[in-house]
Write a protein that binds this ligand. Structure first.
Ligand SMILES: [Mg+2]
Length: 287
C-alpha cells in the first residue's frame, strides 16, 4: 500500500506549455501557495508559455492578471484564459459572423464587442444565445432567448460554464450559469450545445490557441479531479494534480487507472524537474 508521500513524483523534463487552475493550485484566498512564484518565474525564464484558467465569466482577464500581479506573480493579460476569453475565441474561430445574444455581465459583452462579434436583442436575428453567470438575469432576457430559440427556431444555446453555484468563503454562494441554462432549456425544450468552461476539453483547446504546442506536450495542473484532471484526460494532455486544494491523497488512491492523473504533487514547484531543483539550489524550506 502507498503511504506518506512516496507516491508523489514530478516530471523529469520540462513540457512545452503549462495550463494552471488558479484557486487551490496557484493561490488560496489571498496567498500564493508554496513554490508557485518561483516555479512560474522559472518557466518564464525558460520562455515556456503558461496560461491561467478560470470558469468565472464575471471578471475581465485584466482583473485576474491584476490579482496575480498583486500576489507577486507578474502576469500579462494574454496569459489569462477565463470563460470570457474561451467563449470569445471559440466564436471568433467557429462562428465569426454569427449574431449572438449574451445573457451575461459586462466583461463578456466587452470582449465580444472588442472581437467584432455582433450582439443583438432582436430574436429575429439572433443565431446563438449565450447563457452565462449573470446577476442581472431577468424575465426580459429569458423571453428574448425563448423567442430566438423556440418561436423563431433559429438560435441555438451555448454556455460559458457549467457551474451550478459559485461558492463563497464561509459556505454561502450564489446561483451560477447552470441555473440560467436550465431556465432556457426548460422553456424551449432544447439542450445546451456547448460548454466553454471546465471540464469541457474545448476550454483547453481555446486556452492553448495561438501557441504552437501539441496538446500531448502540454500539462494541465489543478486541484480538482472531476474538472481540472478529467478535462486534461479527455483532451489527451498530461495531467498534474496538486494536493494543495480540494483533492486529497485518499481521493487519488480511490481512483482507477483511467482516472488517475499523470502526476500527483504535494507542492506545485515539483513541476520543475528534480535535476533543475539541484541546478537552481532549491530546497523545500523556501518558497
Ligand atoms: Mg481550483
Amino acid at each position: 500500500m502507498t503511504t506518506g508521500t512516496d507516491h508523489l513524483r514530478g516530471p523529469e523534463e520540462f513540457y512545452d506549455a503549462y495550463v494552471f487552475d488558479m484557486d487551490g493550485t496557484i493561490y488560496l484566498g489571498d496567498h500564493l501557495l508554496p513554490g508557485a512564484a518561483r516555479m512560474i518565474t522559472e518557466l518564464r525564464r525558460r520562455e515556456i508559455p503558461v496560461r491561467f484558467l478560470s470558469n468565472n465569466p464575471t471578471k475581465d482577464p485584466e482583473q485576474y492578471a491584476a490579482k496575480l500581479n498583486k500576489l507577486g506573480l507578474p502576469t500579462d493579460i494574454e496569459d489569462i484564459a477565463n470563460t470570457v476569453v474561451t467563449t470569445t475565441r471559440w466564436l471568433q474561430s467557429n462562428h465569426p459572423d454569427a449574431v449572438v445574444f449574451p445573457i451575461s455581465e459586462e466583461p463578456l459583452k466587452k470582449a465580444l464587442a472588442k472581437a467584432g462579434i455582433r450582439m443583438s436583442e432582436d430574436p429575429e436575428e439572433i443565431d446563438i444565445v449565450i447563457a452565462s453567470y449573470d446577476r442581472t438575469f431577468d424575465y426580459r432576457k429569458l423571453q428574448i432567448a425563448f423567442d430566438a430559440i423556440w418561436f423563431h427556431k433559429r438560435a441555438f444555446l451555448i454556455q460559458t460554464n457549467p457551474d451550478r453555484f459559485c461558492p463563497f468563503p464561509g459556505g454561502r454562494g450564489e446561483p451560477d450559469c447552470a441555473a440560467i441554462t436550465a431556465a432556457i432549456e426548460a422553456c424551449t425544450n432544447t439542450k445546451c450545445r456547448l460548454n466553454l468552461g471546465k471540464p469541457d476539453p474545448v476550454m483547453l483547446t481555446e486556452a492553448l490557441r495561438g501557441l504552437d504546442v501539441r496538446t500531448e506536450h502540454a500539462v494541465m495542473v489543478g486541484d480538482r479531479l472531476q474538472t481540472d484532471i478529467q478535462m486534461a484526460l479527455d483532451t489527451g494532455m498530461v495531467s498534474a494534480l496538486v494536493l494543495t486544494g480540494e483533492a486529497t491523497a485518499d481521493d487519488v488512491r480511490a481512483l482507477d487507472a483511467d482516472h488517475t492523473p499523470t502526476f500527483v504533487l504535494d507542492r506545485i514547484d515539483r513541476l520543475v524537474p528534480a535535476s533543475a531543483w539541484a541546478e537552481l539550489g532549491w530546497s523545500e524550506n523556501d518558497d
